[in-house]
Design a protein around this ligand. Structure first.
Ligand SMILES: *Cc1c(COP(=O)(O)O)cnc(C)c1O
Length: 369
């Protein structure tokens, strides 16, 4: 069976090659067999290597589910009862972290910063935070494309002795992260984002000693507890509950492909794709929604143009019917749309996209002054 090539410019799931789709077709195998154990082990080691984390000090713990699951896992597993988690928030993904805290009725403090700018650390008054045990931040607010300074976070966390947790789901394997140098305790990734595979597996990468420390913390979830999953894997070399076997094979293939392309080549490719998108929209007269200095350069938010004929849905549908998916902003009020470059996307795809986008503008007679 042949599939049509579609270019997903939405921020995940990633665009995948036909070759990667084919890696989903495998012989049936019980995940308790050594062959599968080896696949998971190689996948975990590959994922550690992408962020320069050595297996002596760090561990990668897989869970079956989308990215939000590992946000949930980190928040519900790493805070002892009666201790507080500090959420630094400047976008919709940190809002989601706050919601998770609320669902577990955890003690949390949120310090909000402007959604259209990188996090403003001057808002933190450390003297008022003596109950805080762990600090949580989103590296890249995928809802806008705003990037936060996680090195600054790491310094503050160390100074105060806080456990540090960062949602790196949209930056992992998209921007350079050297975890030992960064010094954050826990980060996250998900198979359909920077890894460029299919949705179904998500991973917590963190310090083994810090997970071991959480052994006797209050357990808020049976299925999604970090220590339980880690310990079961350590003792049996297997995931506790049935994993998505095919997704594991395809994720391993995607990770191997990353090393074949080379990490720095991959980062360069994504950066160049965004530059190409930026230049094309600029030439068409569009304006960016976020100031360039705050941007991640792996996603770009474009403000709706001041044109009476502009209709995002119509333009989206025109492009979608011709194989290109673009994505709305996080909320309709703010009037912007988003493009990102996860997975198997190349410069010729972007050039082809703009041919289609220009045709859509002509078709609907959209003029920008
Ligand atoms: C995609 C993403 C997630 C996870 O979203 P899911 O829909 O559960 O996969 C979490 N955080 C960030 C920053 C993301 O970009």
């Amino acid at each position: 069976m042949k599939t049509k090539r579609k270019i997903l410019l939405n921020p995940g799931p990633a665009t995948t090659s036909f070759e990667l789709k084919q890696s989903l077709v495998i012989n049936d195998i019980c995940p308790r067999e050594d062959e599968f154990v080896d696949v998971i082990n190689r996948l975990n080691l590959g994922l550690l290597k992408i962020v320069d984390a050595g297996p002596e000090e760090y561990v990668c713990v897989p869970f079956a589910g989308s990215g939000t699951l590992v946000m949930d896992v980190c928040i519900n597993s790493l805070i002892p009862e009666g201790k507080q988690i500090l959420i630094l928030s400047n976008g919709s993904y940190s809002d989601r972290a706050v919601e998770i805290c609320k669902y577990y009725q955890m003690d949390f403090i949120e310090i909000k910063s402007d959604h259209k700018k990188s996090y403003d650390f001057d808002l933190i008054d450390e003297h008022e935070l003596n109950k805080v045990f762990a600090v949580y931040m989103t590296h890249h607010e995928t809802g806008t494309g705003v990037l936060n300074d996680v090195y600054r976070l790491s310094k503050i966390a160390k100074k105060n002795g806080w456990v540090s947790i960062v949602d790196t789901i949209s930056t992992y394997a998209m921007l350079p992260i050297n975890l030992p140098k960064l010094g954050i305790d826990f980060i996250m990734t998900s198979s359909q984002k920077g890894i460029g595979a299919f949705a179904g597996l998500s991973f917590v990468i963190g310090k083994t000693a810090a997970i071991e420390k959480s052994k006797d913390y209050f357990k808020r979830s049976y299925y999604n507890n970090l220590y339980r999953q880690f310990n079961y894997f350590k003792e049996t070399n297997q995931m506790h509950f049935t994993p998505p076997v095919q997704i594991a094979y395809a994720s391993l293939r995607a990770v191997e492909n990353i090393f074949i392309e080379g990490l720095s080549n991959k980062f360069k490719r994504h950066f160049e794709l965004i530059q190409e998108i930026r230049i094309n929209f600029k030439n068409l007269g569009f304006k960016e929604y976020i100031q360039e200095e705050f941007q991640s350069n792996i996603l770009i938010s474009i403000a709706y143009p001041d044109s009476s004929n502009w209709d995002f849905i119509k333009v989206h549908d025109y492009c979608y019917e011709r194989g290109f998916t673009i994505y709305p902003g996080k909320n309709e009020k703010e009037r912007y749309f988003r493009l990102s470059v996860f997975g198997d996307i190349h410069i010729k795809d972007i050039r082809q996209f703009f041919k289609t986008f220009r045709k859509a503008m002509d078709f609907y007679d959209i003029k920008i002054h």
